[in-house]
Design a protein around this ligand. Structure first.
Ligand code: TLP
Length: 349
C-alpha cells in the first residue's frame, strides 16, 4: 500500500463521531423513550422539527426505516406511490415499499431528480373503477443516484401544487437535506415548506453513529410513532444517540460546504483523465459520480484503487461514485486524483 491511511470515498456514511459527540453521548441525560421521557431525545426532536419548520419529529434508527415508516404513515395498503426511477426507496430499500408497506410504486424518470410536472399526469389519472388510488408523491433531495443533485424550492413548489390540486401528499427523502440547502444557499425550511413531511439522516455527512429523523405535523408523527413500534424500532434510553444528533445539528452543518468544495475539486481533476466521463454540472454537493469508458473493467479499476488506498463505490455497470465528507482533506483529493489517473494508464483510450 502506497499511502498510510485509507481515503474512503465510498460514502459519507463512513464518518466517525467527533470527540464532542462522544463526550455529549457520555453525559447525556436519559429516560425511557417509550414514555417520551428521554429529555435528550425530546430536545433533539424539538430542534429537528424547528429547523425543518414542522410541528413534530421522531428519531428512528435508520434512513431506510424512516422512509418505510413515512410511506406507511402517508398511505393505505394498495395505493399507488410515485417514485423517481433512480430513487433510493426504489433501488436500495429491499422493496419494503411493496413487501411491507403494500404499495404500488409508479416510477418516473427525470434528468437530475426533479420531475417534469407534465410527467406526473400519467400516474395521476381521472378516477376509474380499475385504477389503484394514487396517494403520495416522493422526492429525494439531494438525489443520490443522480450524483447528489439538488431540487430547488421552485421545483418543489411546482410539484407541491400538483400534489395539492390532486389531493396527494408530498414526501421528501431528505437524507442529505442540509447538503441541498447549503448548495442552494438557503435554509432547509425553505425547501421543506413545500412538502407535507420528510426525513433526514444524522448518520451521513453530519457524522453521527446512528439515527434519522422524520418530521411532519403532529398527527402524522403520532401515526409514525405507532408504526415505528410495529416495525420493532421503538427506542428506550436513546439519549445516548440523540446527544450526538444535537451536536450534529448545532455544529456540523456549516462545514458541509467544505465537502462540496472538495467534491468539485475532485470532479475537475478527474474530468481531465482519459477514460472518465463526468458531467461537472451534476457535481452540486458532496458527490462526484462518473462513468468509465466501456473498454475498462470497473472491478479491475476499483481493485487498483483499493490497492493504492482509495475506496470508491460502484453504482451500476461502469458507474462509480466518490463521496467527500468529514475527515477527507484537500490533500486526500490531490492524492486520490493521482491514484485514479494511474489506475487508468495503460489502456488504449
Ligand atoms: N444511502 C447509502 C447507500 O444505501 C447507497 C449511501 O451510501 O449513500 N435515502 C438516501 C437518499 C440515501 O442515500 C440513503 C443511504 C438512505 C435513504 C438510507 O439511509 P440508511 O442507510 O440510514 O438506511
Amino acid at each position: 500500500m502506497r499511502h498510510s491511511h485509507i481515503i474512503d470515498l465510498r460514502s459519507d456514511t463512513v464518518t466517525l463521531p467527533t470527540d464532542e459527540m462522544l463526550e455529549a453521548a457520555r453525559h447525556a441525560k436519559m429516560g425511557d423513550d417509550y414514555y417520551c421521557e428521554d429529555p435528550t431525545v425530546n430536545r433533539l426532536q424539538e430542534l429537528a422539527a424547528q429547523k425543518m419548520g414542522k410541528d413534530a419529529a421522531l428519531l428512528v434508527p435508520s434512513g431506510t426505516q424512516a422512509n418505510l415508516i413515512s410511506l406507511m404513515s402517508n398511505c393505505n395498503k394498495g395505493e399507488l406511490v410515485i417514485l423517481e426511477s433512480e430513487s433510493h426507496i426504489y433501488w436500495y430499500e429491499v422493496g419494503g415499499v411493496s413487501s411491507v408497506a403494500g404499495l404500488l410504486p409508479w416510477t418516473i424518470k427525470s434528468a437530475k431528480g426533479a420531475y417534469d410536472p407534465d410527467d406526473l399526469k400519467a400516474p395521476i389519472r381521472p378516477k376509474n373503477l380499475s385504477y389503484p388510488e394514487p396517494s403520495l408523491i416522493c422526492v429525494e433531495n439531494t438525489h443520490n443516484r443522480h450524483g447528489g443533485t439538488v431540487i430547488t424550492a421552485d421545483q418543489l413548489g411546482q410539484i407541491s401544487s400538483i400534489a395539492k390540486q390532486n389531493n396527494l401528499k408530498l414526501y421528501m427523502d431528505g437524507a442529505r437535506i442540509f447538503n441541498a440547502a447549503i448548495a442552494l444557499k438557503t435554509s432547509p425550511d425553505k425547501l421543506t415548506k413545500h412538502v407535507d413531511n420528510m426525513m433526514f439522516c444524522l448518520s451521513k455527512g453530519l457524522c453521527c453513529p446512528v439515527g434519522s429523523i422524520i418530521v411532519g405535523d403532529k398527527e402524522f408523527i403520532g401515526r409514525a410513532r405507532k408504526i415505528r413500534k410495529l416495525l420493532g424500532g421503538q427506542l428506550r434510553q436513546a439519549g445516548i444517540i440523540a446527544a450526538p444528533g444535537i451536536v450534529a445539528l448545532e455544529k456540523m452543518v456549516d462545514r458541509l460546504r467544505i465537502d462540496h468544495e472538495n467534491a468539485k475539486l475532485l470532479a475537475q481533476k478527474i474530468s481531465k483523465i482519459k477514460g472518465i466521463n463526468i458531467d461537472i454540472n451534476s457535481v452540486q454537493t458532496n458527490m462526484a459520480t462518473f462513468t468509465l469508458d466501456s473498454q475498462i473493467d470497473d472491478s479491475v479499476f476499483l481493485n487498483k484503487l483499493k490497492e493504492q488506498g482509495v475506496l470508491a463505490l460502484p453504482m451500476s455497470k461502469n458507474k462509480i461514485r466518490l463521496v467527500t465528507h468529514y475527515g477527507i482533506e484537500r490533500s486526500d483529493i490531490e492524492k486520490a486524483s493521482v491514484i485514479i489517473e494511474e489506475a487508468l494508464t495503460g489502456y488504449d483510450l
